[in-house]
Structures are given as C-alpha cells and as structure tokens.
Design a protein around this ligand. Structure first.
Ligand code: IMP
Length: 181
C-alpha cells in the first residue's frame, strides 16, 4: 500500500473501471459528434486526469480548451461562480462538451452552460467523471456522458481534491475521517 492509498477509506471507482468507462464514453462521443468538430472545454483543475483519459478514446476531429471558475470552498457549495480563466476559442455556432470531474449541486455547470449559450454555442452537453444526484439543487443540469453515479459523501482522486490534495490518485475513493480532523 502506497502513501496516498493509506489516506483512503474505500475505493469508489477503480482505475481499470475509469479506463473502460472512458472507452465507452469516447465511442459514444465519437458517434454523436463525428463531422461536428466539437470543442471539449475542461473545467480546471479537476478535469485534467479525466479529460486526458477520455480524449484517447475519441476518434473524430475535436478541439480542446480550458475554463477555470471558482465556486467551491471546503466541502459545501456556495452557488457563486466567478471566471478566473476564460477560454480562447470562439464558441459561436460550435458544439461544446464541458468536461468536469463531478456534478454535485449543479450550480457551477448551470452558470457555465448559461455562459456558453450567451456566447452563441449551437449545443452544450456535459461529460463528467462522477455524478452525485443526491446533491443536486437545480434540475437544469443533467450530464449526458458519465463514468459513474455515486451516492452522498465526499470523494477524492483522479482530479478531485480535498484542500488541493489527492488529485494525483489514479482512482476515486472516500477519504479517511482522520484526514479531515
Ligand atoms: P457543484 O457546483 O456543486 O456541482 O460543484 C462542482 C464542484 O465542486 C466540482 O467541480 C468539485 O470541484 C467540487 N466537488 C463537489 N463534490 C465534491 C467531492 O465529493 N469531492 C471533491 N470535490 C467536490
């Protein structure tokens, strides 16, 4: 057991499962977007491991860009979203796929989707490593491409952090309680 593993109570999504799910999602996206040249917009920083795995399995023309918003403090969402790094691509008349680590309340993605609609995107869908429907506070956000739906509880790994740590775990797990206190 490695140093990082010793902090984890229970594995929620193994690395093998992530890779096989990304393969399935990549095939679906390829099918849905061939000839559409979609722009995958990753939400920094949590999107990085998921996005880099997902794009390996997409077999059609696509572009990448990144957006950074701040909305989340500690372990409960505020509903306030500020853009701290904007995209460089013009999304007008383009198909956008937002790539996110986890959809919890849905507030972040609601705001981000509004932004892309305002900027004139033709379509806007969500690809998320994890969906936590028990946390949802808006019915305007439904991720179309999801690796795994999970129950309540705070998870880390494969991009997801607690206090900026644990993003480098190659799987998703629940943190041990003693790490919080
Ligand atoms: P939402 O706006 O509540 O949907 O929150 C989305 C953001 O909150 C995600 O991009 C994560 O950064 C963070 N978040 C929500 N749940 C968790 C979790 O269980 N672990 C780590 N980060 C989380």
């Amino acid at each position: 057991m490695g140093y990082m593993d010793s902090k984890i109570e229970r594995i929620v999504l193994s690395h093998d499962k992530i890779v096989s799910k990304c393969h399935d999602l990549g095939m679906k996206i390829t099918n849905d977007y061939k000839d559409k040249r979609p722009i995958l917009v990753g939400l920094l920083k949590g999107c990085i491991p998921f996005m880099s795995e997902l794009i390996k399995h997409i077999d059609c023309d696509m572009e990448m860009d990144f957006l950074e918003v701040s909305s989340y403090n500690g372990t409960s969402s505020t509903g306030l979203v500020t853009i701290t790094k904007d995209i460089k691509t013009d999304v007008k008349n383009r198909h956008v796929i937002i790539v996110e680590d986890i959809v919890d309340t849905g507030y972040t993605l609601k705001e981000v989707m509004n932004l892309f609609k305002y900027k004139g995107a033709l379509s806007c869908e969500i690809a998320a490593l994890l969906d936590k429907p028990s946390g949802r506070k808006t019915d305007l956000v439904t991720p179309k491409y999801v690796c795994e739906t999970i129950g309540p509880g705070f998870v880390v790994g494969f991009g997801l952090d607690y206090d900026q740590l644990y993003r480098n775990l190659d799987y998703v797990g629940i943190l041990k309680k003693e790490v919080y206190s």
